[in-house]
Every structure is written in structure tokens, then in C-alpha cells.
Design a protein around this ligand. Structure first.
Ligand code: ZN
Ligand code: ZN
Length: 366
């Protein structure tokens, strides 16, 4: 049994599911190693539980190369994968009523109805949404290695941006240059559309880069991440393109203090809401409670936004060693300017390890 399937089988017993049907491509990839688009995995909860993987004939070669040995592969020539999985279930559990765990977050209503139709009488569908995501939130050392490399690549890109300079470029230009450079340096691509926003546009946390020249004497926020070996990174730095008013450098200092305080506090056993509160208190007591409208951070892994969440509502999200999360407080003053500083960090047994290493003092860029 492979270790991921083993951890999953233990969780399924807790959820009182006999099997779990996994359909979300990212979850199928995590469990089976398969990176193609049409695949389905079925895991049984027993200690000696079996794993089965279904795909169609187009992926015969790819799945033979990628799918972990633990899984028995079934190549479907015609018909659909759900039908094949239902057949397996009917054959394994002939005569006895069973419970099939499904992921309601990812199964469509149509697929749900089809499963109900296909399964013999006595089968019950139970929602096990989040079961694979909970495993994915705690990274294995090999996954941390990939994320660390993806974070290092972003450190390098930020250094490259400083060398290149931003003068004469539009926000959109610069975003395209950044993403091109990521690919040149080995990334599969950006982990999300890069954000390049200066001046008043920086007050939008999810600003889309515009065809507008980056002007001097403004704050410039660059939020970027790369996908490397299937794992994402995420990092934000805010630069000054020359002289900025003292109000803006003061805000920068507040965000940096909040960011560093939250980092210092991070440790296993802490809730996502407690982590958020550390940064939020500093920002609020500096008079900017209205200007920090998003959560402190999020998990990062095969997807750029995954568990655990760090926000004021994340009281039930308890940090564990092996979580990889962002710490990204910001202050956004509408129609004026914005500052965000974001690091990617690994939660360790005793605290945290920073995976983003680009300097955080306010740097001038021209
Ligand atoms: Zn980011
Ligand atoms: Zn982020």
C-alpha cells in the first residue's frame, strides 16, 4: 500500500466510508501520480485496501508510466469511467450494503445521479469532500523540496526584475516579461496570473495588470508564483519607484511589522484565525482596520490556493508541521496606494521556516 493511500484509508474508516471515489484531477494526481485529464481513482478503506485507477485508451501509455504500482489499472475502451468503477464496486461487495464516499465539491449533479443509477441496491453515497485535501495540506519532504525550488525561482525572478528595472514598461508588459522569464528558468508556467500594480491601482488586492506605464515615485506591488515539478509558489513584494510620500513608507513599515509578527507567532497547534489576528491587531491599531480586507494567508501546494486557510473565520483550521502557507498582510488605501508583503513558509515542529528569501525592506526600483 502506498503511504498516501494508507493515510487516506485510515481517514475513510473514521468517516465510515468503505470506499472513496476520487474524481478531481488534482486529487487523482496526488494519489496516483497520473497527470492526464481523464482519470478516476477508487480507494478502499480496509487496512489491506486496494486501489484502482480508471482511464480511457488514449492514456494507456501515459498511465502505464505514471500511475503508482499500488493501483490496479483499468483501461476503458468504450463507455464511461463511472460505469467501470460501479462495476468494480458491485463485484467486490456483492450482496452486502456498502457506503461509497464521494466528493460533493467536485462531482457534478449529473455524475451523482448517474452513480446512484449504476450502483446496485443497498449502496449509500456519503459526502467525503475534503478527505484528499486534508492529506494534501500536510506536505511530505519530497513535496517541500519541490515547493522550496518553486519559491527559490521566484526569489531569482524578483532579483532579475530589479536588475532589468521597470522604467518604460507598462504593468502588462512587465507581467508578461516575468512569466516568460519563469518559463525560461524552467517553470511549467505561472501558478496564477501575475499581479503588477502601481499607484492607486495597488489598492486593489487582485489588480489586473493594465496597459499603463509604470510611473516614478509610486509604490509598485508585484505578486507572482511559479509552477515547478507540479508544485506552486506564491510571493509578493512592494517596491518604491523613486521617492514616495512619508505616509506611504509609514504604511509599508506597518505592513512589514505585521508580517514579521505573524511569522514569529506561527507554530503547530495554532489556529488560522489566531495567526490572522496577530497581523490584524497591528494593522488595526495603526488605524487601518478598514484597509486589510482579506485573510492573512492560504495553503500552497499542487494548487496555489489550498488548505489550511489563515483568516479570521479559520478558527477550526489548526496548523500542523508540514503545512505550507503564505503570510501576506496588506494595507489598501482606496484610490491612493497599496502595500502587500507575502512570504511562503513551512510550518515545522517548533515554528516555521521561511521559503521566500527575497529582501523585505522597502527597495527602490527604477
Ligand atoms: Zn500572492
Ligand atoms: Zn497568496
Amino acid at each position: 500500500m502506498n503511504s498516501r493511500a494508507q493515510r487516506l484509508a485510515a481517514d475513510l474508516q473514521r468517516l465510515e466510508a468503505d470506499f472513496l471515489l476520487v474524481s478531481a484531477p488534482v486529487n487523482v494526481r496526488y494519489l496516483t501520480g497520473y497527470t492526464g485529464s481523464n482519470g478516476l481513482a477508487l480507494i478502499s478503506a480496509g487496512a489491506t485496501g486496494e486501489g484502482r485507477f480508471y482511464t480511457d485508451f488514449r492514456y494507456q501509455t501515459q498511465s502505464a508510466e505514471q500511475v503508482y504500482e499500488y493501483f490496479e489499472r483499468e483501461i476503458i475502451a468504450g463507455g464511461d469511467l463511472l460505469e467501470a468503477a460501479a462495476k468494480t464496486l458491485a463485484a467486490t461487495a456483492a450482496g452486502s450494503a456498502r457506503r461509497l464516499g464521494i466528493d460533493e465539491d467536485h462531482l457534478t449533479v449529473k455524475q451523482y445521479e448517474r452513480l446512484n443509477e449504476l450502483l446496485p441496491d443497498g449502496w449509500e453515497l456519503i459526502d467525503c469532500a475534503g478527505a484528499v485535501e486534508r492529506l494534501r495540506a500536510v506536505k511530505e519532504p519530497v513535496e517541500v523540496t519541490h515547493i522550496r525550488a518553486a519559491a527559490e525561482l521566484i526569489d531569482d525572478i524578483l532579483g532579475w526584475v530589479c536588475e532589468q528595472g521597470v522604467g518604460g514598461h507598462t504593468e502588462r508588459d512587465l507581467a508578461i516579461m516575468i512569466e516568460h522569464e519563469m518559463r525560461v528558468r524552467g517553470a511549467q508556467g505561472p501558478s496564477f496570473p501575475s499581479i503588477v500594480a502601481h499607484g492607486a491601482h495597488g489598492a486593489l488586492p487582485h489588480a489586473e495588470p493594465r496597459d499603463v506605464q509604470i510611473t516614478r515615485n509610486a509604490l509598485l506591488t508585484i505578486d507572482l508564483g511559479a509552477v515547478l515539478d507540479g508544485y506552486c509558489s506564491d510571493c509578493t513584494r512592494t517596491f518604491a519607484t523613486g521617492e514616495i510620500p512619508p505616509e506611504q513608507s509609514d504604511v509599508y513599515a506597518i505592513v512589514l511589522t505585521a508580517q514579521q509578527a505573524a511569522l514569529q507567532a506561527l507554530r503547530p497547534g495554532m489556529s488560522g484565525s489566531d495567526a490572522d489576528a496577530v497581523a490584524r491587531e497591528i494593522i488595526c491599531s495603526a488605524g487601518h482596520s478598514e484597509h486589510f480586507g482579506h485573510g492573512l494567508g492560504h495553503g500552497v501546494g499542487m494548487e496555489v490556493h489550498e488548505g489550511p486557510r489563515l483568516s479570521h473565520t479559520a478558527t477550526a483550521q489548526i496548523l500542523q508541521a508540514g503545512n505550507v502557507v503564505t503570510v501576506e498582510p496588506g494595507i489598501y488605501v482606496p484610490d491612493a496606494f497599496g502595500v502587500r508583503i507575502e512570504d511562503l513558509v513551512l510550518i515545522t515542529e517548533h515554528g516555521h521556516e521561511r521559503l521566500s528569501h527575497f529582501p523585505k525592506e522597502l527597495l527602490a526600483i527604477s
